[in-house]
Design a protein around this ligand. Structure first.
Ligand SMILES: Cc1cc2nc3c(=O)[nH]c(=O)nc-3n(C[C@H](O)[C@H](O)[C@H](O)COP(=O)(O)O)c2cc1C
Ligand code: SF4
Ligand code: SF4
Length: 253
């Protein structure tokens, strides 16, 4: 089985690693890496996609990858969208349209929202509870996948979410326009540059600058060890997030 994943703050990577440890013969491949290496051919019979929900739909890189992907032998295809609020949006519908075939199974997996511009990261007790809950869902997901079970999931607010999602994508060249770096905090470690899946961060004088090709994964903002990166004033003093069982190095390019 081959599982393609995309992650910025580790939720989706955690789920992907869980599946790899619980199911035999699972390989994980990072979607940004596949795009960089131009690897769009998959011969496996079982294929999975695990990614964060972005504006009620697919992350831009997952969409780009799925459009190019050729699934020659796939018999069982599943997808998991990690998210803060499940069921709102249509990532699976979108993926089916792009792949031009039905998914055999799909799940929303509620974890912790990393979308800091809209609200602060959940309190620690709430994060603990979400992890506990996700760890109760994952064995059920594993069981279904192991038996090649068919399963669909609710997707609410489709029209509204589609509009919101399309509008977000149309603003791509300006998604990073309010990103700022507080140079008095920055230690020029380069982690913001290394985590960026689209090489949108350069550091001409050691400090980050953003080059308007952002897919708004928010990896750079969350990984900065000095909390030097913000989206304007909105994210100031909001708590940065990374899945507690994922190390920073696992998220870097
Ligand atoms: C640009 C952006 C948009 C997001 N939109 C949604 C959303 O519509 N619904 C939701 O529940 N979570 C949303 N989130 C939160 C992520 O889906 C959630 O935190 C996810 O588990 C992060 O996965 P990762 O840690 O693998 O990157 C959004 C996050 C980002 C960065
Ligand atoms: S991750 Fe933070 S501290 Fe490191 S170079 Fe980037 S902005 Fe500076
Ligand atoms: S610049 Fe930051 S938010 Fe934008 S794609 Fe790169 S890591 Fe993600």
């Amino acid at each position: 089985m081959l599982i393609y994943y995309f992650t910025a703050t580790g939720n989706s990577l955690y789920a992907a690693k869980y599946l790899r440890s619980a199911i035999s013969n699972v390989r994980l491949e990072s979607i940004p890496k596949m795009i960089r290496e131009q690897k769009f051919q998959a011969d496996d019979e079982s294929i999975g996609f695990i990614f964060p929900l972005h504006y009620g739909g697919l992350p831009m890189l997952v969409e780009e990858f799925a459009r190019k992907l050729e699934l020659s032998n796939a018999r069982y295809i599943f997808a998991i969208a990690t998210c803060g609020i499940p069921f709102l949006g249509e990532p699976f519908n979108e993926l089916e349209e792009i792949l031009n075939r039905k998914l055999n199974a799909s799940w929303f997996l509620r974890l912790v929202s990393n979308y800091l511009p809209s609200r602060d990261t959940a309190a620690d007790w709430r994060i603990r509870f979400r992890y506990w809950w996700a760890d109760r869902q994952l064995p059920k997901i594993v069981e279904s996948i192991s038996k090649n079970e068919s399963r669909s999931t609710w997707e609410f607010g489709k029209n509204l979410c589609r509009k919101m999602h399309e509008d977000w994508k149309s603003r791509k060249s300006e998604l990073d326009k309010n990103f700022i770096c507080d140079r008095s905090r920055c230690i020029r470690c380069g982690m913001c540059e290394k985590i960026c899946p689209v090489r949108n961060v350069s550091r001409p004088h050691g400090f980050p600058q953003w080059n308007h090709n952002c897919v708004e994964c928010l990896g750079c903002l969350h990984i900065c060890p000095k909390q030097a990166i913000d989206v304007g004033e909105i994210t100031k003093n909001r708590k940065r997030y990374r899945h507690w069982r994922i190390k920073p190095e696992e998220l870097l390019r």
